[in-house]
Design a protein around this ligand. Structure first.
Ligand code: SAM
Length: 285
């Protein structure tokens, strides 16, 4: 028990968020990054990679609902799903809630992240032993280059473009993703902040716009990401995220969500003018 321990997530060199820590549960350094799990006073257990907040128990459902359910309710029959990164297990947990999903391959580069979450954050990691999840500890870049498997939906649940995640923001990676997708496949990627990472957003949507038939961006509000307002990019070989979305499927699924619903699905693709202008010509929103 620490009486006066606070951690600060520094974002660039001008912004920070501070959290009161009750207990440090794990601290390690892998060959890729530092990995910490702490118990916070206001946000439950928290995973940090290289000092950046990845997941907190309090708001993890927002990110995991939005990365998984938006594409899985657009694809008419998603059977095989690939998750790149996502070591905390929250994305794979949501993917396998869809009955149509027969297999979810999760490719995480860092075993330390998975092990730390399995031990300390069961809320996100508890489904990793499900037989439909095939967990592979390897580099996602190498996996998509070499695999002969095809996926209906690919979810890039990555850290920011530093360290091992840097190539996950490059064109050659998305060319390989394109080749791994089935004919009406969808790829969704962690799309950074519309406030602070406009250049990176533009780079990501430009790459997708060049390679894919349709490219979109959608937003969500997460308590613990810098600026709270955050994006996913969404690209397809033809499917449209709203026109091909049958809202009745959500109720028919019988699934309950804490953030996602039929209105949020379509509303998330409505962009503020500053973001729309910045990405003009590159997205079909
Ligand atoms: N929700 C999170 C966030 O804050 O953006 C992302 C969560 S998840 C913990 C991100 C994971 O991507 C990390 O565990 C990291 O090890 C993994 N990762 C980074 N580069 C990777 C790569 N090249 N291949 C596979 N996984 C990678």
């Amino acid at each position: 028990m620490h009486s006066n321990l606070w951690i600060e997530e520094k974002f660039r060199d001008f912004y920070g968020m501070r959290y009161k820590v009750e207990n440090v549960l794990f601290s390690g350094k892998s060959e890729f990054q530092t990995v910490d799990v702490v118990e916070t006073k206001g946000h439950g257990k928290m995973l940090l990679n290289d000092g950046l907040v990845m997941v907190t128990e309090r708001d993890e459902f927002v990110y995991h609902d939005m990365i998984a359910h938006v594409p899985l309710f657009v694809h008419p029959n998603p059977k095989k799903v690939l998750v790149i990164g996502g070591g905390d297990g929250g994305t794979a947990r949501e993917v396998i809630r869809h009955e149509s999903v027969e297999k979810c391959v999760m490719v995480e580069i860092d075993k330390m992240v998975v092990d730390a979450c399995l031990e300390h954050i069961p809320l996100t990691s508890e489904k990793l032993s499900d037989p439909r999840i095939e967990l592979r500890i390897e580099d996602g870049i190498k996996y998509v280059k070499e695999t002969t498997e095809k996926f209906d939906v690919i979810l890039v649940d990555s850290t920011d473009p530093i360290g091992p995640a840097q190539p996950l923001f490059n064109e050659s990676f998305y060319q390989d993703i394109y080749n791994c997708l089935t004919d009406n496949g969808i790829v969704v990627s962690q799309g950074e902040s519309p406030w602070y990472e406009q250049t990176m957003q533009k780079k990501l949507v430009s790459i997708k716009n060049k390679l894919f038939e349709k490219t979109f961006i959608y937003n969500f509000v997460n308590l613990t990401y810098p600026g709270s307002f955050w994006s996913f990019t969404f690209a397809t070989k033809g499917l449209h995220p709203i026109e091909d979305f049958d809202a009745k499927r959500v109720a028919a699924s019988g699934l309950e969500f804490k953030y996602y619903n039929e209105q949020i699905h379509s509303g998330a693709f409505a962009l503020p003018t500053f973001q729309k202008k910045e990405l003009e010509g590159l997205i079909q929103n």
